[in-house]
Design a protein around this ligand. Structure first.
Ligand SMILES: NC(=O)C1=CN([C@@H]2O[C@H](COP(=O)(O)OP(=O)(O)OC[C@H]3O[C@@H](n4cnc5c(N)ncnc54)[C@H](OP(=O)(O)O)[C@@H]3O)[C@@H](O)[C@H]2O)C=CC1
Ligand SMILES: O=C(O)[C@@H]1CCC=N1
Length: 317
């Protein structure tokens, strides 16, 4: 079928195949195979850690009707942090043990360096009360084997490592997950019900997850920087700031949708915009002279290496 086709055609056909969920094998097939999701969950969902990621997951679940705020349990040692959760009428506690004891699906959403302290306290204070739970880690870099070291202290507990991103707040998230051993199909179904309603959700083998963390979890920050810089350029050339930022964001959003929906290779889409002797190719030349592609590749490499380091630190603890 592809004999004599250019690489771009093969790649764009490949993207279509992925979109239509056909003709894929091996690890790629694994990425797209998942148990069916559910409409709603009746479980109590816990968050140990009350920050940006916990809020993004909680609010996207509630917005999509997967759970109600009354099903959410959240803890932080700092009362001031819990105020906003109280206004949502979730169940709050200053003791992580309460959340681990009451909730059935528990998101660990603290910073990676806090993991040891948090889990050691749970083991010391609540080991016998915490049974049959599903722990879901969003910690950058921290491996399933590091997590299972702690989880194995609690009877019949299981762990899934997920890597989400904050755009799930607006229903445009991108999340990956890797199940630990002993996780059931129903566990996976419950977790992807939460994640898929908030955007794209794919399973990946664990060896990919740090690079994917760089791409999808750090990626929004890279995209914000690019949008801000595009807006700065327009301001420099005389466009008002408020409209330039809005237009820069909509342009990036539109370009992203073209990549996902047009079934064309991303390079062909770029070429479609570049008229011979026109404005765009002049801009592309300026970007290439500054090494923008290399800079973005370096950003993914640096963020991946940092996730590797965070994972190593957690292992060494
Ligand atoms: N932000 C993102 O886009 C993404 C983050 N992640 C991961 O999510 C995790 C959380 O990140 P993020 O939400 O950004 O971080 P935040 O700092 O916003 O949230 C962590 C929260 O945990 C609180 N906290 C501190 N100590 C404890 C404790 N002992 N028990 C319970 N809570 C505690 C912190 O309080 P205080 O601030 O007052 O110390 C803070 O509010 C990290 O592991 C990160 O790698 C993954 C993907 C994307
Ligand atoms: O910067 C961080 O470490 C976290 C994890 C990925 C996105 N934010």
């Amino acid at each position: 079928m592809f004999v004599g086709c250019g690489l771009r055609l093969i790649q764009s056909k490949y993207l279509c195949d992925l979109n239509f969920n056909c003709a894929i094998t091996g690890i790629r097939k694994l990425c797209y195979q998942a148990p069916p999701t559910k409409e709603k969950l009746s479980h109590k969902i816990g968050f140990i850690g009350d920050g940006n990621m916990a809020k993004a997951i909680c609010n996207s679940m509630v917005k999509k009707g997967v759970v109600q705020y009354s099903q959410i349990y959240v803890s932080s040692p700092y009362k001031k942090n819990l105020h906003v959760w109280e206004t949502w009428k979730t169940n709050v506690s200053l003791d992580n043990g309460d959340v681990a004891e009451k909730a059935e699906i528990i998101f660990i959403a603290v910073k990676p360096h806090m993991l040891q302290e948090v889990m050691d306290l749970l083991i010391t204070k609540r080991k016998d009360q915490i049974k049959n739970k599903l722990f879901v880690s969003v910690l950058a870099g921290v491996t399933i084997s590091s997590l299972e070291k702690f989880i194995s202290n609690f009877e019949k507990c299981r762990v899934i490592r997920v890597m989400p991103n904050t755009p799930m707040t607006v229903g445009e998230g991108c999340t990956v997950y890797t199940p630990g051993q002993n996780v059931t199909e129903d566990d996976i179904s419950n977790v992807i019900t939460i994640l898929e309603k908030a955007g794209m959700c794919r399973r990946v083998p664990e060896y990919m997850i740090n690079a994917v963390t760089a791409l999808i979890s750090s990626g929004p920050a890279f995209a914000y920087l690019i949008i801000e810089a595009l807006s700065d350029g327009a301001v420099k050339m005389g466009v008002y700031r408020d409209i330039s930022t809005e237009m820069a964001a909509q342009t990036v959003l539109g370009a992203a949708k073209m990549v996902l929906k047009s079934q064309k290779h991303v390079g062909d889409l770029k070429d479609d915009v570049c008229s011979a002797g026109g404005t765009t190719i002049a801009g592309i030349h300026a970007l290439e002279k500054k090494g923008v592609r290399g800079a973005l590749m370096d950003a993914i490499e640096a963020a991946t290496k940092r996730a590797d380091e965070l994972g190593q630190k957690a292992k060494d603890q």
